[in-house]
Design a protein around this ligand. Structure first.
Ligand SMILES: *[C@@H]1O[C@H](CO)[C@@H](O)[C@H](O)[C@H]1NC(C)=O
Ligand SMILES: *[C@@H]1O[C@H](CO)[C@@H](O)[C@H](O)[C@H]1NC(C)=O
Ligand SMILES: *[C@@H]1O[C@H](CO)[C@@H](O)[C@H](O)[C@H]1NC(C)=O
Ligand SMILES: *[C@@H]1O[C@H](CO)[C@@H](O)[C@H](O)[C@H]1NC(C)=O
Ligand SMILES: [Cu+2]
Length: 574
């Protein structure tokens, strides 16, 4: 959709950006956008291997939601999974005033049972590129994923121009069912999900069926779901905005378009100081908008590819889509062999790109100069009663039967654990370059944050039980945070670490990678009444307990809708 900017001046745009909810004053009338979704299992062959996928109105990934800043989105969800619960999270939407619509089973609502209908209603208060996905068990792995595009209101400028746009949703895909994967992760001994069989771009990938000795007809390289790769059309000379989102379950990715440079202009709904890349590193739960100029030889087509980085996944083929210049046969295979992407184990270039992402000078929201409280969250992998788990400061998060939002608002203090071991955990004595020597516990703790306080979180990586350290993209619900910095080794609060942090022009995001053998520091304002999950966006990791729960100002939350209740101790409340 071409955006024809109406001169309004940068000052006004900056004002609009920082006072986003007042944008309604600018004339464009807020709309209510209704969606009616049936969630059901369907047989799908996105990479030529037939599998049951969780679909939205028969599609996986689901439809892109388009709205304008200030609009209200109403999604009525009918659970037609027959034998499985569901819940849908609107990733990057802060749910200001509607914490019950965040869609996290066990935190903000009871799961939606088979045959039930649940309505999500929330305001999209800031332009940008966002995501949605299932947030019940590991259900996201089965395909319930999609994008949300929120455009600026009429009369407001973005700090860049383009002629047209495309959405690019990146996923990884397994042939094992979500049940098979979850059962393995919970087993004694634990069975990891392994590397994905394929990568998808807008729901399409390719698995070579001849690799299977006996696929009993389930794998068919002539299946119409997978014969044609996704195509993006470019008109020569035009500039495109690609809205790229990753909802991989495990993989960190590198995305590139053969022969074309990309200018990164937006990250998680915030304008960045533009920088040019040949390949974009993108972690699960992140979104980026990039500008691409159709400035190459228009007589041929080009590959757009995604590759796994951060893990040795040499058996997983790269995803391939076609960028087709208008006038060519869009299905015509590019004449070149797609690249294999950057070396999977080059952490340095990934950290460098993370550090390059800072706020656009005209739109920087400076971070508060200091925090009221600092949380050091150390992740370790532990054996707990013979199970392999992830813990944060020694506790593996298990969602309680009663959603936190309900139990905390209604003072059902038996429904969760009152005291996270924040101050008792021995961070100083923990050697991050070795597997954990402790066992940890399983629990349902919550960190209670003073309302309106400024909170720093330092995420500290450490070696897993296999003595390696890997990437964990962390996603915070209900907020954007300032990304203060990424460091190597162990964060030392007494030493220089604080001086290395960027509080001048940090980017705000909702998801940030914690790189191997390092730490990541973020700062946020605990000013959104509710209960919010903060977790690793690797589906297997959060399933194994890699997350924490924050509460702030729950007493300020309005009357909870009875539709989120009905499970655990909330049975009698509605
Ligand atoms: C392929 O698998 C099916 C089902 O497991 C089995 O009945 C059949 O004998 C196998 N065929 C070959 C050639 O191994
Ligand atoms: C593979 O798919 C094609 C196209 O739908 C179909 O004609 C063919 O019968 C399928 N092959 C098998 C073995 O099922
Ligand atoms: C990556 O995996 C391949 C295949 O399993 C193996 O041959 C190779 O040695 C591994 N590379 C590293 C650096 O571990
Ligand atoms: C406790 O942790 C140690 C070291 O990781 C491990 O060897 C042991 O099996 C664990 N115990 C249980 C009961 O899981
Ligand atoms: Cu993780």
């Amino acid at each position: 959709m071409p955006l024809v900017p109406k001169p309004l001046g940068v000052a006004a745009a900056v004002l609009c950006f920082s006072l986003c909810s007042s944008l309604l004053l600018l004339g464009a009338e807020a709309k209510v956008r209704h969606y009616d979704w049936e969630i059901s299992y369907q047989h799908k062959s996105p990479d030529c291997f037939e599998k049951l996928a969780v679909t939205v109105n028969g599609e996986a990934p689901g439809p892109t939601i388009y709205a304008t800043q200030g609009d209200t989105v109403v999604v009525t969800v009918h659970n037609k999974l027959e034998t499985e619960n569901t819940a849908i999270h609107w990733h990057g939407i802060r749910q200001i005033g509607t914490p019950w619509a965040d869609g996290v089973a066990g935190v903000t609502q009871c799961p939606i049972q088979p045959g039930e209908t649940f309505t999500y209603k929330f305001v999209v208060d800031r332009a940008g590129t966002y995501l949605y996905h299932a947030h019940y068990g590991m259900q996201r792995v089965a395909g319930l994923n999609g994008m949300i595009v929120v455009t600026v209101p009429e009369g407001v400028w973005e700090p860049f121009r383009y002629d047209d746009e495309h959405t690019v949703l990146l996923e990884d895909w397994w042939h094992k069912s979500v049940y098979d994967q979850a059962t393995g992760l919970s087993a004694k001994p634990f069975v990891f999900v392994g590397e994905p069989q394929s990568l998808l771009i807008n729901g399409r990938g390719t698995f070579d069926c001849s690799k299977l000795a006996n696929s009993t007809g389930l794998c068919n390289n002539s299946h119409p779901d997978c014969t044609l790769p996704t195509q993006f059309t470019f008109v020569p000379g035009k500039t495109y905005l690609l809205r790229i989102g990753s909802l991989t379950s495990l993989s960190s990715l590198s995305f590139e378009i053969e022969g074309h440079l990309m200018t990164v202009v937006e990250a998680d709904g915030h304008y960045v100081r533009p920088f040019v890349v040949r390949n974009l590193f993108i972690y699960s739960g992140e979104t980026y908008s990039v500008l691409v100029k159709a400035d190459q030889d228009p007589r041929r087509n080009y590959w757009a590819t995604s590759h796994i980085v951060g893990r040795n996944a040499s058996s997983t083929p790269s995803a391939k889509a076609i960028v087709s210049y208008a006038g060519n046969d869009p299905r015509k295979t590019p004449p070149t062999v797609p690249t294999t992407g950057p070396a999977w184990d080059n952490t340095v270039i990934r950290v460098e790109q993370s550090r390059a992402i800072v706020a656009h000078p005209g739109y920087a929201v400076p971070a508060p100069a200091r925090a009221d409280r600092t949380l050091l969250l150390l992740n370790t992998q532990n054996y707990i009663n013979g199970h392999t788990k992830w813990t944060i400061n020694g506790v593996s998060l298990h969602f309680p039967a009663t959603p936190y939002l309900v139990s905390m608002k209604h003072d059902l203090t038996d429904a969760y654990d009152q005291h996270p071991p924040l101050d008792t955990y021995d961070h100083r004595g923990h050697d991050i370059s070795a597997p954990a020597q402790t066992n940890g516990t399983i629990g349902s703790p919550v960190y209670r944050l003073a309302f309106d306080s400024v909170v720093d979180v330092v995420l500290q990586n450490s070696n897993m039980l296999n003595d390696k350290s890997e990437t964990h993209p962390w996603h915070l619900h209900g907020h954007d945070f300032w990304v203060l910095g990424h460091g190597e080794g162990k964060f030392d609060p007494a030493a220089d670490a604080w001086r290395l942090l960027n509080i001048k022009d940090p980017i705000m995001k909702n998801t940030v990678p914690l790189h191997p053998d390092g730490w990541t520091a973020i700062r946020f304002h605990a000013n959104n009444p509710g209960v919010w999950l903060f977790h690793c966006h690797v589906e297997a990791h959060v399933f194994m307990g890699m997350g924490v729960v924050f509460e702030e100002g729950v007493e300020r939350v309005g009357r909870l809708p009875s539709s989120i209740m009905g499970c655990g101790h909330s049975k009698g409340l509605h």
